[in-house]
Design a protein around this ligand. Structure first.
Ligand code: NIG
Ligand code: FE
Length: 390
């Protein structure tokens, strides 16, 4: 048998395949669902990056014994490569001033009203040329990779003119070509009402629907559309109008909802077939039931709660109700300047009463579902899947 293109990893202490998690669509993951294989061997095709065979070492077909490129995984635990399904990774500048204000007791909306918050990052990002955005984001990507992350969703939302939103999305496209990470681009023009439209949110929504959505669709710069439904940002009617327009142009949908106040975003998102609804810190009991009875993934952002000193999303109630729950960093300069996705799972377990299997599923299979990659989760055949996380 020709084996030059194959790599054998042998005697890995334990590999988690998450086979049961996938079977249950990520709902209520338990330890048995992690599909642990002890003393495992794995054969990877280095040309396609697909896993050809995985199983207990003593059951490996004899022909794979001839593989020359062989490495020992003794003493290691392998899990699927992590997916960060919600980030604002492309941006410029910092938000240290926000943090100082927060430490003086100001909340997110108050900081925004004082001219800080998203506006600060907006000013910095608008002024930054494409090449510089790319270099900065490339550095950030490398830091994510060191945490075992191999797929990252990245939103626009710090430009809020068609030109600067496209520049952010072009940065993502450029990075996709050069970095080894799978990037999922999301168009987020409704992150806040930009200064040009101050007091004219409806007009801004109109422009997004009539001009920006068609243009970004034409340029094929994003696969998802996202919107921040929140008091002082966008209301339910405006959000509905934008989601409908975006869906009409073939965008898959995401939402930032129920972060500080509950405005009915979950019910709307589910009704519109959103792939994920993110944050959910203030989700109501009835909205939990709606989400649990849907395929929409609830993406929790523990880091944003930690850094803003606000309450955590009710992970326990969401999972017990049967919702599909993912965890992300929500990496952004304002509410979560941390790239540490494994730390987010630790916070989820220590502060949000999630179990370890639930947390592992939340940054792997459920995170894949949150970025529309769930159907690619065919075990042993998923490109780029397995990373060594010892
Ligand atoms: O997910 N909530 C809105 N968007 C971000 C924060 C972005 C920012 O403050 O720059 C979030 O927390
Ligand atoms: Fe966010």
């Amino acid at each position: 048998m020709k084996t030059d293109h194959l790599v054998l990893y042998h005697n890995i202490d334990q590999v988690l395949t998450l086979a049961g998690v996938a079977r249950k669509e990520g709902r209520r993951p338990e330890e048995v669902d992690l599909g642990a294989i002890e003393n495992a061997n794995m054969v990877v095709n280095s040309e396609t990056n697909l896993i050809e065979w995985i199983g207990p070492s003593q059951k490996m077909p004899v022909e794979y014994g001839e593989i020359v490129n062989a490495y020992s995984g003794a003493g290691e635990l392998w899990i699927p490569e992590l997916i960060d399904c919600h980030t604002h990774l492309v941006h410029a500048g910092d938000r240290c001033h926000d943090f100082a204000l927060r430490a003086q007791g100001k909340n997110y909306q108050q900081i925004a009203q004082l001219g800080g918050g998203i506006s600060t990052t907006l000013r910095a990002t608008r002024e930054t040329p494409l090449a510089q955005l790319i270099t900065h984001a490339q550095n950030e990507l490398e830091r994510f990779q060191r945490y075992g992350v191999g797929t990252i969703e990245i939103k626009s939302g710090y430009g809020l003119t068609l030109e600067s939103e496209c520049r952010m999305l072009e940065a993502i496209r450029a990075l996709q070509e050069t970095s080894g990470v799978i990037l999922i681009p999301t168009f987020l023009p409704a992150h806040m009402v930009p200064p040009e439209f101050k007091g004219k949110a409806d007009d801004y929504v109109d422009v997004i629907c009539r001009e920006w959505i068609p243009e970004v669709a034409r340029l094929k710069l994003a696969s998802f559309f996202d919107c921040f439904i929140e008091e002082g940002f966008f209301n339910l009617a405006q959000t509905k109008k934008m989601l409908e327009a975006a869906a009409g142009f073939g965008f898959k949908l995401k939402l930032h909802a129920d972060q500080f106040t509950s405005l009915g975003g979950v019910e709307l998102g589910v009704q519109m077939g959103a792939t994920s609804i993110d944050h959910l810190e203030q989700i109501t009991d009835s909205a939990i039931r709606v989400l649990a009875n849907s395929a929409t993934v609830g993406v929790l952002c523990p880091g944003a709660s930690l850094f803003t000193g606000t309450s955590y999303a009710p992970a326990r109630r969401l999972i017990d109700a049967g919702a599909r729950v993912a965890i992300s960093t929500d990496f952004n300069p304002g509410t979560c300047p941390s790239r540490n996705l494994p730390l987010m799972t630790t916070i989820a377990c220590a502060q949000m009463q999630m179990t370890v299997p639930e947390a592992i599923a939340a940054v792997t299979f459920n995170a894949a579902a949150a970025v529309g990659l769930e159907s690619n989760w065919v075990l042993w055949k998923w490109v780029n899947t397995f990373a060594c996380a010892t």
